[in-house]
Design a protein around this ligand. Sequence first.
Ligand code: SAH
Length: 216
Amino acid sequence: MLDFTRARRRLVEDLIAEGIIKSKSVAEAMLKVPREEFVAPEYRLMAYEDSALPLIGEATISAPHMVAMLCEAIRPREGMRILEVGAGSGYQAAVCAEAIGREGEIYTVEIELPLALYATQNIERLGYSDVVNVFYGDGTEGLPEKAPFDAIIVTAAAPRVPEALKGQLKAGGRLVIPLEERAGQILYLYTLSQEGVWSREKLAYVSFVKLKGKFI
Ligand code: SAH
């Protein structure tokens, strides 16, 4: 029988050594959330390999290093309101929930109904529904009724940043999104200063499923 707790600890140690996990809050979050409960049942034994794994249809649960990188990029802190586009399994949202000390609100939107249901079930079963709210819909529209957000995480690759998302970020906020470019996909961190000025930084070359929806 595979010792998931041990495998999880080893993975987190590796991600710290690789410099992907930088903060105590993300390290602790990755140690707390059982990824084996979010992967499709047939992939449980691979839950602590650092790779993406199939969910339903084209969707994949992101690789642990990617989940950690996205979570570090938004600088998690207690009380944050976070929007995620692309709930998938709900794992990224659960890791963010732990990283903000379960104090705050996370809204995660999923465009595919079977996955929206899958994420909802996982979030409820694992006790995250007090922090994480799963919505079925097109995340390229953002979530106007819950905006503005301190951070927005997009977990599918887009041709450009959907305008609606830009409009739903607070001044001082951070938005991470993979964009499709000629050279491949690049993960960008956009920051909006208190004065309302946007800047962006390249974080990594990445590989996400494509973002669907109207407003891209
Ligand atoms: N964050 C997920 C992995 C996401 S994979 C996890 O932790 O498991 C990308 C997901 O984005 C897929 O489930 C896909 O269906 C979803 N998606 C694609 N376009 C979307 C859109 N416009 N709005 C919401 N979800 C979208």
